[in-house]
Design a protein. Structure first.
Length: 321
């Protein structure tokens, strides 16, 4: 147990064992916890569920540095590195079999490796009776930060869904509603169990982007301030057009219909109109193959990580009105 200067705040670092490797070494997930002497909300932070999405690890570290001095009530638990196997190989997946940990919740005790790990994580989180779970992710390399809010064909707990929706607005980021059910994701399954949960998409994967760390930290500080767990003088708001702040935006990928080299005509964060050219696809000789036009009014969230296009490949993402 590590005690900060404030004796009313307790910090704990430990591990959750997930498996024994072939060399008999123990694979573990780092666990962090900080608790005030005063009762209050229980918050969970999770990161690196996809091994190539790494900024969340540092964001959680920064949040804990802040909370050592500022936590007034409640407690915050965290799994900063949920997929160490994927992290060590810069892979989204948990094994060479390409199992997606964020499609494996709530998990199965006798399932695949991914489902077994998911079951341990899910049970550990639920055992702490959380009031909110924030799952930190990274999107494409050239992406603006946003909250991705789950879509449900049937909401089991409408009041929980509404609470999560309200909290998404408190992050200071754009709230983007998914258009398809993503069953098996941590946030989806948490809400189905009656726990408000949000997915924060915070810029590029693969490397620690300090701007993403700054924005993600500020967004979480906003939430903790709203819940009165800390006092914060200034509320963060990501710069965006005023007419977007209260709008409901829907997540949408747009694909190319030809193969070639992508040249983008509009940047992430830019508001575009329906029919506006947003990218052009050229062949190896520089001949135009296709002009990609926006299908609806909206804001560009990100560009694909690669310059190559082929039929059906997603090349650009939008938050459509």
């Amino acid at each position: 147990m590590i005690m900060p200067k404030d004796k009313n705040v307790k910090i704990k670092y430990s591990f959750l064992k997930i498996l024994t490797a072939s060399d008999l070494s123990c694979r573990r997930l780092p666990f962090m916890s900080i608790e005030s002497a005063n009762p209050g909300p229980v918050i969970w932070l999770t990161a690196c569920i996809h091994g190539d999405e790494v900024s969340g690890i540092v964001i959680i570290q920064e949040i804990f540095k802040n909370l050592k001095k500022t936590l007034l009530k409640g407690m915050v638990h965290a799994f900063p590195l949920m997929n160490p196997i994927g992290f060590e190989t810069s892979s989204r997946f948990i094994t060479l079999s390409e199992e997606d940990l964020n499609r494996s919740f709530p998990g199965k005790k006798d399932g695949s490796l991914s489902e077994r790990v998911a079951e341990q994580i899910f049970n550990e989180i639920m055992a702490k009776k959380p009031d909110l779970v924030l799952d930190l992710h990274n999107d494409w390399i050239r992406s603006i930060p946003f909250v991705l809010f789950d879509y449900f064909e049937k909401v089991k707990y409408p009041e929980v869904y509404e609470k999560a929706k309200i909290l998404s607005k408190k992050t200071g980021l754009l709230t983007i509603f998914d258009t398809e059910e993503v069953k098996g994701s941590l946030s989806y399954e948490m809400i189905q169990k009656g726990v408000p949960s949000l997915t924060l998409e915070l810029g590029e994967p693969y490397v620690i982007n300090e701007k993403s760390v700054e924005l993600g930290t500020k967004a979480i500080i906003n939430i903790l301030t709203h819940l009165e767990m800390i006092q914060q003088a200034e509320i963060f708001s990501y710069p965006m057009p005023e007419n977007l702040k209260d709008k409901t935006l829907k997540y949408r990928y747009q694909s190319s219909s030809t193969s070639g080299i992508i040249r983008f005509l509009a940047n992430p964060g830019e508001v575009v109109k329906k029919g506006q050219p947003v990218a052009r696809i050229y062949n190896a000789f520089g001949k135009l193959q296709e002009t990609v036009n926006a299908l609806d009014d909206g804001i560009i969230l990100g560009h694909a990580d690669y310059s190559v296009a082929f039929p059906g490949a997603s090349i650009i993402s939008f938050g459509n009105f």
